[in-house]
Design a binder for this molecule. Sequence first.
Ligand SMILES: *[C@@H]1O[C@H](CO)[C@@H](O)[C@H](O)[C@H]1NC(C)=O
Ligand SMILES: *[C@@H]1O[C@H](CO)[C@@H](O)[C@H](O)[C@H]1NC(C)=O
Ligand SMILES: *[C@@H]1O[C@H](CO)[C@@H](O)[C@H](O)[C@H]1NC(C)=O
Ligand SMILES: *[C@@H]1O[C@H](CO)[C@@H](O)[C@H](O)[C@H]1NC(C)=O
Ligand SMILES: *[C@@H]1O[C@H](CO)[C@@H](O)[C@H](O)[C@H]1NC(C)=O
Ligand SMILES: *[C@@H]1O[C@H](CO)[C@@H](O)[C@H](O)[C@H]1NC(C)=O
Ligand SMILES: *[C@@H]1O[C@H](CO)[C@@H](O)[C@H](O)[C@H]1NC(C)=O
Ligand SMILES: *[C@@H]1O[C@H](CO)[C@@H](O)[C@H](O)[C@H]1NC(C)=O
Ligand SMILES: *[C@@H]1O[C@H](CO)[C@@H](O)[C@H](O)[C@H]1NC(C)=O
Ligand SMILES: *[C@@H]1O[C@H](CO)[C@@H](O)[C@H](O)[C@H]1NC(C)=O
Ligand SMILES: *[C@@H]1O[C@H](CO)[C@@H](O)[C@H](O)[C@H]1NC(C)=O
Ligand SMILES: *[C@@H]1O[C@H](CO)[C@@H](O)[C@H](O)[C@H]1NC(C)=O
Length: 668
Amino acid sequence: MITMSSTRSRKLVLFFAISCLLLHEICTDASVCKESERKALLEFKHSLQATVFSGNDALFWISEECCLWRGVYCNSFTGYVEMLDFSYQPLVVAGTISPSLLKLHHLTSLNFSSNDFNGSLIPEFFGSLKKLKLLDLSNANFRGPIPSLLGNLSMLETLRLGGNGRVFNVGKLEWLSHLSRLKEVDLSFTNLSNANDWSQVISHLPLLQKLSLRHCDLPSISSSSLSIANSSTSLTYLDLSDNNLPSSAIYPWLFNVSSNLVSLNLSSNRLKGPIPEAFGNMMAIQELYLSDNLLILAENQVWGDSVLNEIEKLPDFMVLDLGYNLLNGSISKSIGQLSNLQVLRLAGNSFDGDVISEAHFSNFTYLQKLDLSYTSLTLKLNSRWTPPFQLTQIMLCSCKLGPHFPDWIRTQMGILTPDHYISYVEYLDISASGISDSLPYWFWGSFHGLKYINMSFNQISGTFPNNSIHISHLDPSSNNFSGPLTRFSLDYNMGTINLSKNKFTGSVSPICNFTGAVFLTLFDLSNNLFSGVVPDCFGSFPFLTALNLGDNSFSGSLPSSLRSLISLEMLSLRGNKFSGVLPSSLQNCAKLKFLALSDNELSGEIPMWIGQKLSSLVFLSLQGNQFRGRIPHQLCGLKYLQILDLSVNKISGTIPPCLNNSLPWQKK
Ligand SMILES: *[C@@H]1O[C@H](CO)[C@@H](O)[C@H](O)[C@H]1NC(C)=O
Ligand SMILES: *[C@@H]1O[C@H](CO)[C@@H](O)[C@H](O)[C@H]1NC(C)=O
Ligand SMILES: *[C@@H]1O[C@H](CO)[C@@H](O)[C@H](O)[C@H]1NC(C)=O
Ligand SMILES: *[C@@H]1O[C@H](CO)[C@@H](O)[C@H](O)[C@H]1NC(C)=O
Ligand SMILES: *[C@@H]1O[C@H](CO)[C@@H](O)[C@H](O)[C@H]1NC(C)=O
Ligand SMILES: *[C@@H]1O[C@H](CO)[C@@H](O)[C@H](O)[C@H]1NC(C)=O
Ligand SMILES: *[C@@H]1O[C@H](CO)[C@@H](O)[C@H](O)[C@H]1NC(C)=O
Ligand SMILES: *[C@@H]1O[C@H](CO)[C@@H](O)[C@H](O)[C@H]1NC(C)=O
Ligand SMILES: *[C@@H]1O[C@H](CO)[C@@H](O)[C@H](O)[C@H]1NC(C)=O
Ligand SMILES: *[C@@H]1O[C@H](CO)[C@@H](O)[C@H](O)[C@H]1NC(C)=O
Ligand SMILES: *[C@@H]1O[C@H](CO)[C@@H](O)[C@H](O)[C@H]1NC(C)=O
Ligand SMILES: *[C@@H]1O[C@H](CO)[C@@H](O)[C@H](O)[C@H]1NC(C)=O
């Protein structure tokens, strides 16, 4: 050790420092923390009164070595604190932030993102953290206004204040114009309704690359305030979506700052009229989101003969989202020239009567997401067609696909790519698409666990497979499916299964063998031919919010495990042959708003706990049963009740006076 050359030992120090950075949590030996900074940090910790610090873990700011504390990052040579990052774990802060942070003279990066500062003001002293290059206070529950002293942070390159809520009124943005080194600004989901200087300020940030002003109530730019001459053209990413801005407020400015734009989101504004051909001059553009506007095609324009002719010159164009506008007419085959397209979304426009053929798609080698929902387009594709693409999302709701089941979907169900990954469609929506056919034999055979399948509102027949189906959302409702209930295996995301309005038969005992039942929130078996006793297996469905077994032929008593459905808001058992009394276990379902038990053979008295325990009820129907005795006055406790139907029972006595005639209820 003693003979070690100084170069060698420097290398060792460097190695040690790097490994400590990488293995921040297990490095224990480096003692580099400055005592003054340690004190300042402790003062800061104390001021926050934050809950997360209450652990015993040395990482929670207890040990001597403050450079090893969670969220504290020191320069590995000097030992000065350079970065504080609390985004790793949410703090819930009760106190105020101590200005002791000012003693960290080398602080360049402060990330408080995704914590909860309980609506406190952004401290003014942040404006004196002169060396800051990065300040991220996004999604941290801060309150406005933004102290204009932040305009003193002249080194700042990244500023994120987004997601703090609309109460966060930013006011004017003049202070921002002093931050000439800014590369990224995110003020999304704040209230900028008073910042009528925003476009001017932004135009004068010469290095700005990324700007997010989504959902900010942005005021319109008045043309007199435009100072176009000096606009920054460094912008590559721009999100002005969801601001209700008219074209006149965006276009003049936009087309002067857009020469380097790569991604542009103008969705959910009031862009009106023909799509300007100037979009075709954005030579770097890759992603264009223009959905939810009022765009039309100019008179006599056909798709591809105008805008697309411009866009097709753009070599890297990958995302085209024109969903939910007022486009009509027909889609030209020249859309196929966008040969690098990965996402195509034309949903919610009315191309009524127009036909899409294989020719339209022949160049879409890279297409991943296709959304033509609600366009009334007819997809005329040969059953032997092999698409050039492998989609992950197919959204063709209310297109005309039928009457035959679209065979080309088979090619999308899963392949082995050159990288040996199986890539397959995750999202398939072919609902209401005029299919009148049997489900092809290959469907379940090539099934690799789609997350979402919607085939509802067709006339598809067939049975479900014997082995279990792995899924998050399955909606084959309103078809002609038959056969027994299959076992489902729910994916680790909250899911829904809706088998209603089919011809499924037999017992529902497979529900006892669902795996991942804990992830199911909606389960609808209504309007089928199921029969028998409902098994007592609801203990495994704690997050179910809607259960519909209505209009089948179930018999026997209600399973007492219904008690476990503590999240349930909707329960319909109507139109069956359930008998016996209402199990008192039902009073555990305290969140019930909708309870329909009509047209069964239930008997006994109406339990008084309905009025006491099910206090959220809005709809209660016991109509068409064998209930007898008096109406319990406890029903008066149901203060949200709007519909009460007790008709066609054997109820006697008087009507409690609270149930007055102003309610739209029926009685016996
Ligand atoms: C702050 O931390 C979050 C979570 O680690 C991260 O996603 C975000 O990019 C960080 N902010 C900045 C500006 O780097
Ligand atoms: C949040 O602030 C409110 C006052 O605005 C206070 O009553 C409440 O106790 C605070 N919550 C926490 C967790 O400190
Ligand atoms: C902010 O900068 C101004 C000059 O631009 C200076 O007068 C003021 O003292 C600074 N404020 C703080 C808190 O550093
Ligand atoms: C935004 O701020 C303006 C002006 O202070 C206010 O009138 C408006 O209600 C705020 N918007 C929201 C959504 O809070
Ligand atoms: C544009 O920039 C030039 C040189 O940087 C400056 O002299 C001029 O005042 C600027 N014009 C406007 C309208 O900001
Ligand atoms: C574009 O903006 C819309 C509306 O704010 C949003 O829903 C969508 O996710 C955005 N798209 C991207 C890719 O950020
Ligand atoms: C920039 O704006 C000016 C004035 O509105 C306009 O004449 C010019 O064509 C615009 N430049 C581009 C590239 O759109
Ligand atoms: C498109 O809609 C406009 C009115 O919005 C109408 O005048 C025009 O005839 C429509 N074009 C076609 C081809 O349907
Ligand atoms: C497909 O791409 C080739 C080469 O870029 C082009 O010549 C052809 O016209 C394109 N086809 C369609 C249907 O756009
Ligand atoms: C399936 O599509 C129909 C419309 O075609 C829609 O009403 C239904 O909500 C969708 N189901 C799911 C689970 O998203
Ligand atoms: C389902 O399984 C049963 C018994 O295991 C078998 O008899 C039947 O043929 C299977 N049905 C299908 C459609 O595979
Ligand atoms: C289904 O569950 C029942 C009871 O939980 C069990 O006896 C039966 O073996 C299970 N069946 C299958 C196919 O897993």
